[in-house]
Ligand binder design. Structure first.
Ligand code: ADP
Ligand code: MG
Length: 239
């Protein structure tokens, strides 16, 4: 099956059991939002999918292929974090191109990919600038651009907008919504604390609690029929 398949994913750090058996099927092209209280294991699950953590048990498949022992760089996944570490001495273009150069990609293809990402993210006029000459929102778009140029099958976003002020957050959220339209085949998982982000971006929302999935559904399903008060609180549902 195309997409992402998680079967009974468990993760412990020494004696701390963080993920207690996560089962989730995500279709190729779906935009999935993870919500849940701080410490419930959302970042751990994203890092496990990316291969930055070794899972303790379970099976992770991308497009049907078992990924458990595939190194991060070979999984076809790009991850965008809350803190976007750009190279301060490099231009926007170079920041986006750097990983591709390291991977040995040809100049023309790098150029094509960076320009396409810049076009999607409205950074075309800023390609020659260095990060300190950009706003916080533009910098975070460069970080997203670095993820786009790798042309991944799966994007993982870990609270990418939480360091931005409210106005920039809205603007950047709109860019991310456009990203979903521009890259319809890419599967996206997006962690957020922001109800508006969750409700507007998600095809389906996954609500986590203490390392388990509490409920999965479309924003409307969760809003109309939250399984319990815990879910209702996260969705902002009146139930
Ligand atoms: P969330 O992203 O939902 O806030 P995390 O996945 O970051 O949750 O953390 C889940 C739990 O795992 C927390 O109790 C956290 O302290 C613990 N944890 C996260 N990373 C590590 C680590 N590298 N080593 C030990 N414990 C960790
Ligand atoms: Mg986290």
């Amino acid at each position: 099956m195309a997409g992402l398949s998680l079967k009974n994913i468990r993760k412990s750090y020494a004696s701390l059991d963080v993920l207690h058996g996560i089962d989730l099927e995500i279709k190729s092209g779906e935009f999935i939002v993870f919500v849940g209280p701080s410490g419930c294991g959302k970042s751990t699950l994203l890092r496990s999918i990316a291969g930055l953590e070794q899972i303790t048990a379970g099976e992770l498949r991308i497009d049907g292929v078992l990924m458990n022992h595939v190194p991060p760089s070979k999984r076809g996944i790009s991850m965008v974090f809350q803190s976007y570490a750009l190279y301060p001495h490099m231009t926007v273009f170079e920041n986006m191109a750097f990983g591709l150069r390291i991977a040995g990609m040809g100049k023309a293809e790098i150029d094509r990919r960076v320009r396409r990402a810049a076009d999607i993210l409205q950074l075309t006029d800023y390609l020659a600038r260095v990060p300190k000459a950009l706003s916080g929102g533009q910098r975070q778009r460069v970080a997203i651009g670095r993820a786009i140029v790798r042309d991944p099958r799966v994007f993982l976003f870990d609270e990418p907008l939480s360091n931005l002020d409210a106005a920039l957050r809205v603007a950047t959220r709109i860019e991310i919504a456009k990203l979903k339209e521009t890259m319809p085949n890419a599967t996206m998982i997006y962690v957020t604390h922001d109800q508006v982000e969750a409700m507007t971006l998600a095809d389906r929302i996954v609500v986590f609690r203490d390392g388990r999935i509490e409920q999965v559904g479309t924003p409307m399903e969760l809003y109309r029929k939250p399984a319990n008060l815990f879910v209702a609180r996260f969705i902002g549902s009146p139930a």
